[in-house]
Write a protein that binds this ligand. Structure first.
Ligand code: ADA
Length: 544
């Protein structure tokens, strides 16, 4: 049977500005896991090489899971390499033989220097550390993996359940649901693929996020997975959740908090989520990378719709012309899709934020990424956030057209204090250029504001200006049936540039477009939009 141990805690630690450590290097410092070492003195803001290591009592076949790290790294067991952590924030899994039962060395070597996967002008700080839980699970000799549970028909509870065995053998299986319903099935040649109509099922939705669980026993292995029965799809310009039109009112949220960087605790995740629920939001774009397991579990249980995307911020055409780089993007969307497959909260899968999608040569890359996701996940709508607007020539390749316009911010006019009056003409003009056969989402929009900066002129950077602009945007989206929703950029202020030219557009080195500051202290905009949402119908037929 499986036994899982959580390896969070205080690990031994070493840092060097220049040299990569041997995995068995004897460390003299300590760091918490999860945690970001480049937020602790004397390493604040330092970029270099780090070694996290600890002893673990284990033996035999094991599954090591690391729920996100950065910026990249390698994993070793007793000094022997298990594999890489190539992508920041991505949960990675390693199945290996831990050897004789006893004490062993687990080492995670990290580098928080920038590279082509995470370059210095990303508008979010690249933290060095282990962002999420580290767990180790003892596995039976033949174990199950790649479990996929899809809703085939949300009206009668029909499911499709697929899984694979680590060995291509015949194996009987028993599937037991939490409501007592039990089904016998069979792995044939190591593969299970069965359709089940679950009696007494309940739907998952934002208002009633009901989660079912299924326990699958096959030979010596037993796994329990929660899942939601729901359908999220497009119909013309509309988004439907379980057959009812739904409009998305959301935010873009970075996984970050000023004192812990990307190693945000489940407590802070819950605080963020409950703030958003209370304010009446129903959607979060997990900008701009795969979301942590604990965050998706919370969103499943609390009822929040999530857009998850792989890291690919502002990638230019010459980089996309490099097959090696495109291969890394394909690896990311594949791994991200498998990692979050059974979370009902994930309703949009994305990639390549604001890439050069105005050029025809980008089309094959976007199509390849789309096809890769669709080859694993048959139903979840796919999109990418564009800032090429009417010049974008790739919008026909995705299920939802998503645009990042910034009327009222990046259209400053020397003659005028405010460009809030540009919201309507800009969004009207944008819509006229969009395809008419699929939903159009405003995936980013907003303005900077400094908490506490109030001014009679109410110009750019004041709380008053941001609040007035966002209210105009939400009113427009609520009144305009052609837009399927909006996600504010952004939920909370986040640390960004610290030493590139771009810092001169980012007061304090932060992206200050949050409706909250980085400590989640509300700006005027938060209260304004909360009030707006309290009086807006989000799902057709919902009471106001
Ligand atoms: C882009 C980008 C965001 C952020 C935003 C801004 O849309 O996707 O990450 O940088 O601009 O604040 O300008």
């Amino acid at each position: 049977m499986r036994q899982k141990i959580v390896l969070n805690g205080i690990w031994d630690f070493a840092y060097s500005p220049e040299e990569k450590f041997s995995p068995l290097h004897s460390c003299t410092q300590a760091q918490p896991v999860p945690g970001c070492f480049d937020l602790t003195e004397p390493l604040c803001g330092k970029r270099g090489y780090a070694l996290y290591t600890r002893t673990v009592t284990a033996g035999g076949k094991n599954l090591l899971e690391i729920d996100g790290a950065g910026i990249r790294g390698e994993v070793y067991w007793d000094g022997k390499k298990l594999g890489d952590l190539p992508y920041a924030y991505m949960a990675e899994q390693f199945i290996f033989d831990a050897g004789e039962m006893g004490e062993h060395h687990l080492s995670i070597l990290l580098v928080n220097r920038h590279n082509e996967q995470f370059y210095p002008t990303f508008d979010f700080f690249g933290y060095g550390g282990i962002y999420g839980d580290v767990t180790l699970t003892a596995l039976p000799e033949i174990h199950m993996e790649k479990l996929r549970i899809t809703t085939e028909n949300y009206q009668n509870g029909e499911l499709r359940i697929r899984a694979e065995l680590s060995s291509a053998v015949e194996q009987e299986a028993v599937l037991q649901f939490e409501n007592g319903y039990t089904v016998n099935a069979m792995f044939q040649n190591g593969k299970l693929d069965c359709r089940i109509t679950l009696p007494d099922f309940k739907l998952w939705s934002v208002e009633t996020p009901y989660l079912h669980t299924v326990t699958i026993t096959a030979g010596d292995d037993k796994i329990t997975e929660s899942f939601g029965i729901r359908e999220f799809c497009t119909e013309g310009r509309k988004l439907l959740l379980n057959g009812k039109e739904i409009k998305l009112y959301g935010v873009n949220r970075h996984e970050s908090f000023p004192t812990v960087g990307a190693a945000v605790s489940p407590q802070q995740m819950a605080m963020d989520l409950y703030m958003l629920k209370k304010a009446g939001f129903n959607f979060i774009r997990g900008s701009h990378y795969p979301q942590r397991k604990s965050f998706l579990e919370l969103c499943d249980k609390v009822g929040m719709l999530i857009w998850e995307e792989s890291i690919g911020w502002n990638i230019k055409a010459p980089t996309l012309a490099d097959p090696a780089f495109v291969k890394t993007q394909l690896e990311q969307v594949e791994h991200m899709t498998w990692n979050s497959f059974n979370h009902p909260c994930v309703v949009i899968r994305g990639f390549l934020n604001e890439t050069d999608s105005q050029f025809p040569e980008t089309r094959p890359v976007i199509k390849a990424l789309y096809d890769k996701i669709r080859s694993i996940d048959p139903y979840t709508p796919i999109s990418f956030a564009s800032n090429k607007y009417e010049k974008d020539c790739c919008t026909d390749l995705v299920d939802i057209v998503s645009m990042n316009p910034y009327p009222g911010w990046y259209d400053a006019n020397a003659e005028r204090i405010s460009t809030v009056d540009q919201v309507v003409p800009t969004l009207d003009k944008l819509m006229k250029a969009m395809p008419t056969d699929r939903p159009v989402l405003i995936s980013e929009i907003g303005a900077e504001a400094l908490l506490g900066f109030r001014d009679p002129i109410k110009s750019y950077w004041t709380e008053e200006y941001q609040a007035e602009l966002l209210k105009e945007i939400f009113r427009y989206v609520a009144d305009n049936p052609d837009y399927c929703g909006v996600a504010v950029w952004q939920f909370a202020d986040t640390r960004s540039y610290v030493n590139t030219q771009e810092i001169f557009g980012r007061a304090r080195g932060f992206n200050n477009k949050g409706m909250l500051d980085e400590y989640r202290r509300p700006k005027l905009a938060w209260n304004t939009i909360e009030h707006f949402l309290k009086n807006t119908q989000k799902t057709k037929g919902d009471p106001k």
